[in-house]
Design a protein around this ligand. Structure first.
Ligand SMILES: Nc1ncnc2c1ncn2[C@@H]1O[C@H](COP(=O)(O)OP(=O)(O)OP(=O)(O)O)[C@@H](O)[C@H]1O
Ligand SMILES: [Mg+2]
Length: 241
């Protein structure tokens, strides 16, 4: 159905966490999901290896610039969703993955450093659109947002994105202990033990709303449609990287 890439060239922006939350929510909704772990640090694969086997789910690891395009092409026709987790650095894999995506999600925390890493990805997407007419739908997902207060830096990041007419998902991903635990304990969010208070319930509700936003984007007829893959010039993709 769709290839979705998570990209931000700054480490720790929350890419793998956002990807993991989307994947586990898609599995919960009975979609068949293939993850391409394009990060040599293999954070997603490590989580997968530690988690009890989930049905309708696989993680491909050790992809390289030589193999990623073929892997995406093949997996696209075999799975409902292909989710790509990229490393938090500038990498040639970025252009290859972005160029074959139906939607790119850029997790950005409310800090200026993080926004800079996100801006590199957004600049590349803009370059592809203006110079090559390759239009890849993309959205920013605000990540690690304090659920209690809106910080000044977060407001500044939001204002900047608004000015540049960059689409931002309605649901931000909150900073929550449950999201860290899911990672640390190698479990899907919905299989964590309820701790004190309502925090797990709130975390699950947050993940569900965020996944619904993404599903609406990639399945709605109104979302900007990406051009067929054959139209995309890879020389431009390479230049943009
Ligand atoms: N919403 C969140 N709530 C709590 N902790 C979070 C959240 N998002 C990320 N973290 C924690 O922050 C750290 C970095 O997050 P994550 O690995 O998702 O970022 P990343 O962008 O994938 O990093 P890298 O570029 O190194 O791959 C992890 O320890 C993770 O558990
Ligand atoms: Mg990561």
């Amino acid at each position: 159905m769709a290839v979705i890439t998570f990209a931000n060239t700054k480490g720790g922006a929350g890419k793998t966490t956002a990807a993991l939350l989307l994947v586990t929510e898609l599995l919960h909704r009975k979609y068949r999901v293939c993850v391409i772990d394009a990060d040599p640090q293999r954070w997603f694969s490590r989580w997968y290896e530690g988690a009890a086997l989930l049905p309708n789910f696989t993680v491909e690891t050790y992809v390289s610039t030589a193999t990623i395009q073929k892997t995406i092409h093949e997996r696209r026709s075999q799975w409902d969703f292909v989710i790509i987790d990229l490393p938090g650095i500038q990498s040639p894999l970025l252009a290859a993955a972005v160029g074959l995506s139906d939607h790119v999600l850029v997790p950005i925390q409310g800090s200026s450093m993080d926004a800079q890493g996100g801006a590199q990805v957004l600049d590349m997407l803009r370059y592809l659109d203006r110079k090559a007419g390759i239009r890849i739908p993309h959205s920013v997902v605000l990540s690690r947002v304090n659920p209690m207060i809106t910080t000044r830096s977060m407001q500044a990041v939001k204002r900047l994105l608004n000015e540049q007419q960059i689409h931002v998902l309605d649901t931000p991903i909150a900073e929550r202990a449950a999201f860290r635990e899911m990672f640390d304990l190698s479990r899907p969010l919905r299989r964590l033990e309820a701790g004190q208070g309502q925090s797990l319930e709130k975390a699950v509700a947050n993940a569900a709303d965020y996944a619904s936003d993404v599903l609406a984007l990639v399945t709605s007829g109104t979302a900007t449609k990406s051009r067929p893959l054959s139209d995309r010039s890879f020389s431009h993709l390479e230049t943009a990287a």
